[in-house]
Design a protein around this ligand. Structure first.
Ligand SMILES: NC(=O)c1ccc[n+]([C@@H]2O[C@H](COP(=O)([O-])OP(=O)(O)OC[C@H]3O[C@@H](n4cnc5c(N)ncnc54)[C@H](O)[C@@H]3O)[C@@H](O)[C@H]2O)c1
Length: 326
């Protein structure tokens, strides 16, 4: 009988940790240790009441190091902490003798990726990241369809509006230094998907960048993309509807819905990882470079096709008060 894979999890009290706990259970794994600076961790009980829990990183790490010294290192450390902590938490997991599964964005800059590649090599361990949109069957079909360059590159509109409340701006997610800003925190899924579908990125122009929305133009090997991301309810296409989200990609006249129920994709990701299937870090680097450039690029509305929603944002005089959504 194969032995159960063992896991430890960082950030176990948070929103996304629940999906990781479910995925660990679904792949037949066992959570042996977890850590969070918050002790609101009752969700551990649903599957792993025997797991050790720590509110201090040092004690968590010391426990994992002891397991390693005893010849029973955990097989995987899962990282579900704020984005700016990912690199340090991944490195700690690798040093404890584990492979690491980390939430998106894997890290905040391409140089972080370089450091992880070097550490993977030195420690002979692997880093896996959750890029669940690559696993959606419709997206895999699109990738096949657009694998060969067309004479005329298709025009793609990516429109993603998911309203978030005021809390967002007072959490780590609303702090650019911690989350990377919305193009990094929310957009990285889509920028990864666009590279997966349309190949190498050749042009990256930013038309707008604010706490609640960002927009720009991306020229890929096989498509031209106008993108718009927002967490502000004002940007819903038809605010009269009771919908709280618009997640859409149009390719020419074709509309692709990005609103599926993606909850099961964490389990599918874990199953792939258990079988050793992953997106290599060199490939993960593409989307991380894209979002790093979007964070740092000057705003330039004179170049690249603007997304159809951009004008409305730029003309909205009442949108912000003291730099935050009114
Ligand atoms: N794949 C997806 O669809 C998806 C969706 C949401 C979030 N995420 C990613 O998952 C990660 C967590 O996001 P979330 O929405 O669960 O955020 P969250 O704020 O709900 O959870 C983060 C948790 O980390 C804990 N934490 C903070 N500092 C810590 C530290 N130093 N040590 C240990 N724990 C610490 C917090 O107490 C909190 O419980 C982020 O990287 C985010 O980008 C991915």
């Amino acid at each position: 009988m194969p032995t159960r894979k063992t896991f430890a999890l960082l950030g176990v009290a948070g929103y996304i940790a629940h999906r990781h706990l479910t995925a660990i259970r679904d792949v037949g794994g066992e959570l042996v240790a977890a850590m969070d600076t918050s002790d609101s961790v009752g969700q551990i009980d649903a599957h792993f009441p025997m797991a050790r829990f720590f509110t201090r990183f040092e004690q968590f790490e010391s426990y994992l190091q002891a397991l390693k010294r005893n010849g029973t290192p955990v097989d995987f450390v899962s990282v579900c902490t704020p984005n700016d902590l990912h690199r340090a938490h991944i490195e700690a997991g690798l040093r404890c003798g584990a492979n690491v599964i980390c939430e998106k964005p894997l890290v905040l800059t391409p140089s972080d990726i370089d450091a992880l590649i070097a550490l993977e090599r030195d420690l002979d361990r692997c880093v896996y990241t959750i890029l669940q949109l690559r696993l959606v069957p419709e997206n895999l079909a699109l990738r096949d369809e657009f694998a060969i360059p067309c004479a005329q590159k298709p025009l793609v509109d990516l429109t993603y509006v998911t309203a978030r409340g005021q809390w967002y701006f007072n959490s780590w997610k609303g702090d650019d230094r911690r989350s990377g800003g919305i193009a990094t925190n929310i957009g990285v899924h889509f920028f990864d998907l666009l590279g997966f579908l349309f190949g190498k990125l050749e042009t990256n122009v930013v038309h707008h960048r604010a706490v609640d929305c960002a927009a720009g133009y991306l020229g890929y090997e096989r498509a031209r993309v106008r993108w718009f991301l927002s967490i502000n309810a004002r940007d819903m296409p038809q605010p009269a509807d009771n919908e709280v989200a618009c997640r859409r990609m149009t390719i020419g006249s074709r509309i692709c819905n990005l609103s599926g129920d993606f909850r099961a994709l964490h389990t599918l990701s874990y199953q792939n990882f258990m079988d050793g299937r992953r997106v290599p870090l060199d490939d993960v680097r593409r989307a991380i470079s894209t979002v790093t450039d979007i964070r740092n690029a000057p705003i330039n509305t004179a170049v690249g096709d603007p997304h159809p929603y951009l004008a409305r944002i730029l003309n909205d005089q009442h949108r912000y008060r003291d730099g935050f959504p009114a």
